[in-house]
Design a protein around this ligand. Structure first.
Ligand code: SF4
Length: 65
């Protein structure tokens, strides 16, 4: 499974970072998302990745199988 981020859609809301600060960070300049861990493996990591996709207000994040 892989986390995909469409940077041009990111509004810098930081919801993804709140859900999983080990998987996501924000660019210091414009607040856009940085995916630190694009390949969630454990059930817990995958669960947080799904939650981050669901809470992202910019519809920036998606998951590929
Ligand atoms: S929650 Fe979505 S819009 Fe906000 S920083 Fe993360 S990826 Fe960007």
């Amino acid at each position: 499974m892989r986390i995909i981020a469409q940077q041009d859609r990111c509004v810098g809301a930081g919801q993804c970072v709140l859900v999983d600060p080990e998987a996501f960070d924000q660019n210091d300049d414009d607040g856009t998302v940085i995916v630190l861990r694009p390949d969630p493996r454990t059930d817990a990591e995958i669960g947080r990745a799904r939650e981050a996709v669901n809470v992202c207000p910019g519809r920036t994040l998606s998951l590929e199988p």
